[in-house]
Design a protein around this ligand. Structure first.
Ligand SMILES: O=P(O)(O)O[C@@H]1C[C@H](O)[C@@H](CO)O1
Length: 293
């Protein structure tokens, strides 16, 4: 079972895709950005863009969700070479977990050192409001409890070790940088720090599930990011991730609120500019092996 699980997503496949991309552009990205639902505008920040439709990239999956354009955008952000996924893949789209996370390994082989991931999430923490931005400090991998981990299957040492540590998954310096930059930009009122819990989706959570997740220590719930984080850390990239709280998770049987994708996309549009400012200001201040100042 395991060898088949990895077929099509192994080192040679990732290398072939990365090498193909490197023949199509001179940009050598050091930062990789992943746009969450409704947050694809982050890619518009890039200058000198070279854009690939996912369907034209060898081995690449296709985006099937509204709010995920399905384009890989290379470009520069204040001089820093970047690559941006305008659209990600989710377990509920029916892809094997290794396929969802394949872009992280391609990022690594392109030369990316730092990955910045964004997502839309429901707020479980009662102090959170719609529109808050939660810097992710840790995660709870619910699908992982049932064995659905992107690293399941044979380990390829060229990517990383068999048993990677996850207690340092979210880079603490980058979390502090986000707080500092957010403060300078005047965003302190809506900037939080917390724990993100991933579920498989696509159904939103029941009231009982939200209550349980909150009791377990999750501040926000979503359907992505964690698989990408595990894969990115496995192959040694630094990780920063944030959640835009697009809706309040429903925790109360008296509530008339209903989670829906329209509200998720709408909140994304409302906070888009501030998220772009935050991410671009951070990118200019992250240190990499080359100096782009
Ligand atoms: O890609 P993200 O995690 O931002 O997308 C969230 C989770 C679901 O795909 C969708 C629900 O509205 O938004």
């Amino acid at each position: 079972m395991f060898p088949e699980q990895n077929s099509g997503y192994g080192y040679e496949d990732c290398k072939a895709t990365a090498d193909w991309l490197l023949t199509q552009t001179d940009i050598r990205p050091v930062v990789g950005i992943v746009c969450g639902s409704g947050l694809g505008g982050l890619a518009d920040m890039l200058k000198d863009q070279v854009v690939f439709n996912y369907k034209d990239i060898p081995n690449f999956p296709q985006s099937t969700v509204r709010g995920h354009a399905g384009q890989l955008v290379f470009g520069t952000l204040k001089g820093r070479p970047c690559v941006c996924m305008q659209g990600r893949f989710h377990l509920y789209e029916g892809y094997p977990i290794q396929k969802i996370t394949l872009p992280m390994r391609i990022f690594k082989l392109l030369g990316v050192e730092t990955v910045m991931l964004t997502n839309a999430a429901g707020g479980l923490n009662q102090d959170y409001k719609v529109g808050d931005v939660m810097i992710i400090k840790d995660h709870i991998n619910m699908p992982g409890f049932a064995g659905n981990n992107p690293l399941a299957g044979p380990n390829d040492d060229r990517f990383g070790v068999r048993f990677p540590c996850m207690s340092d998954a979210y880079d603490r310096e980058l979390q502090q940088l986000a707080m500092d930059v957010g403060q300078e930009l005047g965003y302190s009122d809506f900037l939080k720090e917390g724990v993100y819990c991933v579920l498989g989706g696509p159904s939103f959570e029941t009231i009982a599930e939200c209550r349980m997740l909150h009791r377990l220590g999750a501040d926000a719930v979503g359907m992505s990011t964690v698989h990408e984080v595990i894969t990115a850390r496995h192959c040694g990239m630094r990780v920063f991730a944030l959640s835009l709280i697009t809706n309040q998770a429903v925790m109360d049987y008296e509530s008339k609120e209903k989670a829906n994708h329209e509200e998720v996309l709408q909140t994304g549009r409302q906070r888009a500019k501030q998220l772009e400012q935050l991410v671009s200001a951070m990118v200019t201040r992250i240190e990499h092996s080359q100096n782009y100042a």
